[in-house]
Design a protein around this ligand. Structure first.
Ligand code: PGA
Length: 262
């Protein structure tokens, strides 16, 4: 069977969210990934790893030593809205930037549920990312209950409106649509369901941000793996993926990048 490669107008982004996984021992996965990115394969997408904050500067140094700074971007997984201050355990966008990040995930559903983050707080984090010169990867998504109630578009529309400040551009903001019930579950929406949400998000972005709304990338996330990446990445207005579990090994992550093999 010949492999279909996905072609889109916008340069896609495939970002790996390591969540609370990864110690020094896992740096070898990044070394292996860089080897793939530097090999004969050409991937027509941007590639990013968002490790735990403790690994950021080590991965940044590794990336420099492998001369791969342009091949592999690094991102944080969350940031505080303030630049600095009495916020024990938190990390600011400026700190992530200094450690080597060019982006930060904000509003991930695990932050929204584990830490009760609201759209308003997420919006402040997007602003913090912009202030620090980071790209905000802002996550939204419905629960299974909300999907079953037929409320998906209403829910994600509200999250999108409430979590984005004015002044978002294609270079400072990326949207990640991640149905909560698809995260880490092995379940994925049908391509029709993904297409419906991504089209609605595209239209909402265009209405609010004009031209910038047409070029802002909208990632799909939730149980993306090598076996379903081709299909999901081919959906209109899917401009890449936010990958959890399958980003932890270079083998699986490269298998997903292969959807964009040039
Ligand atoms: P998953 O996680 O790929 O393990 O489902 C995605 C995410 O939470 O970003």
């Amino acid at each position: 069977m010949t492999k279909k490669t996905v072609k889109t107008k916008l340069r896609p982004l495939v970002a790996g969210n390591w969540k609370m996984n990864g110690t020094g021992a896992d740096m070898k996965q990044v070394r292996a990934l860089v080897k793939t990115l530097s090999g004969n394969h050409r991937y027509a997408c941007d590639t990013m790893i968002c490790p735990p904050a403790t690994l950021l500067s080590r991965l940044a140094a590794l990336r420099t030593s492998l001369k791969a700074s342009r091949k592999l971007a690094l991102g944080g997984q969350d940031c505080h809205a303030a630049v600095s201050g009495a916020h024990t355990g938190d990390v600011s966008a400026e700190m992530l930037k200094e450690a080597g990040a060019s982006a930060v995930i904000v509003g991930h559903s695990e932050r929204r549920s584990d830490h009760g983050e609201t759209d308003k707080q997420v919006k402040a984090k997007v602003e913090a990312a912009h202030r620090a010169g980071l790209t905000a990867i802002m996550c939204i998504g419905e629960s299974l209950k909300q999907r079953k109630a037929g409320d998906t578009l209403k829910v994600v529309g509200k999250q999108l409106r409430g979590s984005l400040p004015d002044g978002c551009t294609a270079s400072n903001t990326v949207i990640a649509y991640e149905p909560v019930w698809a995260i880490g579950s092995g379940l994925t929406p049908t391509v029709e369901q993904v297409a419906q949400v991504h089209l609605a998000l595209r239209k909402a972005l265009q209405r609010r941000f004009g031209e910038a709304g047409s070029t802002m990338r909208i990632l799909y996330g939730g149980s993306v793996k090598p076996s379903n990446a081709d299909e999901l990445m081919a959906v209109p207005h899917v401009n890449g993926a936010l990958v959890g579990g399958a980003s932890l090994t270079a083998r699986d992550f490269s298998g997903i990048l292969a959807a964009y093999k040039a």
